[in-house]
Design a protein around this ligand. Sequence first.
Ligand code: ADP
Ligand code: MG
Length: 575
Amino acid sequence: MIKLFRFLKPYGIPISSIVILVFFQALSSLYLPTLMSDIVDSGIINGDINYITATGGLMLLVALAGSICAITASLLSSQVAMGFGRMIRSAIFDRVSSFSLHEFDKFGTPSLVTRCTNDITQIQNVMMFAMRMVILSPLMCIGAIIMAISKDKHLAWVIIAVVPVLSGAILILARKGFPLYQVIQAKLDKINLVVRETLIGIRVIRAFNRIENEKKRFQLANLDLTETAIRVNQIMALMMPVMMLLMNFTTLAVIWFGGINIERGFTNIGNMMAFLQYAMQIMFAIMMATMMFIMIPRAQAAAVRVNEVLATDPEIVDPEYTKPFENKKGYLKFTNVTFHYHGAEEPALKNVSFEACPGEVTAIIGSTGSGKSTLINLIPRFYDVNSGKIEINGVDVREMTQETLRSKIGLVPQKAVLFSGTISENIRYGKEDSTDAEVQHAAEIAQATEFISDMKDGFASLISEGGTNVSGGQKQRLSIARALVGKPEIYVFDDSFSALDFKTDAKLRAALKKETADSTLIIVGQRVATIMDADRIIVLDEGKITGIGTHKELYQTCEVYREIVASQLSEEEIA
Ligand code: ADP
Ligand code: MG
């Protein structure tokens, strides 16, 4: 928590102003009972109307000033707390944006989402409450004890008796209740999970007739949450009656014994009334303090989670000095690249070396899990290599900024991702200032024009969140168009033709060949037909290159390649 306090200075509101306001709020609360006892003991008893009005007026003023201080302090503290939340949120967002995929793997996306929203809200809420209470409750407690004793020493034992009972009762209830709040949080997560899975997987659930199962699963999670919530509320519902009981007993004791003392002439009625109010203030302050002792650890748990994200330094950072490019365009070279995923036993890529040049098509083929996507992800530096190097135009990818590097690459990922917005907005994602003609041209090459013009609003048609209103193949074609519109030096297609029918696949590749004649093409493919006329085919097997060459060469020399071909093509196609 302490580590997060560096975010605690937004809007130029000094924290000291809140401290001062709270201090005056406490002073006014502590002064009021004394004024009241003066009115009773000096004013009413002597029948001095002037004294009563003057002191009554003063009381009003003090109360007004106290309220203004209290309102301003709570206004400022909520502003500070909200600003604090805002600053942490944007710090987390910035940090997460600079994470490499390794860090995403480490936290997991859902956890990052909770840390960025729910956890910060928790801290923020506790902050808002605690900022005032941390100062107010000890001030009030000590102040009221001093004032109470100065009013009537003979009744001091009432306070000494009630304080431990009160704190004990609250502590026991809170100890039992608050952990359950965390349990509720976890159960809420569980409900979220079930709902999300059911909604996302609704087609599969229906197809396999599992609706009843899902309903049961949800009911179970729902019941679980309800039961815990009821238990918490049962415990917390005791809090109020216990408090009231203790307060009433205190009142009773003060009036009873105070009455005896008045009768004996030790004290006055006003003093006793003031004492009573101070006793209430003490109890209230203790209640607040106890609540805080319980709330702060809860915020602490959230703070730890938030801090973990902030303390994670992104693995991939821009170099301090960038190296100038050699006079080349679109040259890609892997030299002895070995790469490990964190926590994996075996390297995902071992000693991979190859070159790709402009005007050429380099294809990568291999069974699933052979490391094709891994190899592709290293080019835009989503991960850094463990040894060896990857060069573009003669410069190591670690010696240029990530922005320069990525502007040279047009990536079509294995899983096509579209954003909510229109089709043309999605294509323009590849190059913000592209003209309508450029967008249309890219769509044309990606063989997307036909289905786009079939849609109601053509290029202005809306893609829904997650791209659910277009088919897998349509998604792939749009993400190909998005890469094409930027006219990068190097195109990288990670299994981007897998959802296309053979005819569209062939047409797309023919159009692509013309369009990208001066660029470097890296194509990952599963189908031999997709990659067999590439200038260079790389065969990957368990992270190692087992063959590089043309279709003809590989068919003669590479066993793995021959097996792949044999499994897909008929005899005459091979010949
Ligand atoms: P391909 O694209 O050829 O099907 P990948 O490159 O996706 O294969 O995966 C290669 C190997 O690396 C697989 O064994 C896979 O389990 C592993 N792998 C892929 N992504 C990760 C990751 N984020 N963390 C750990 N291991 C991974
Ligand atoms: Mg893959």
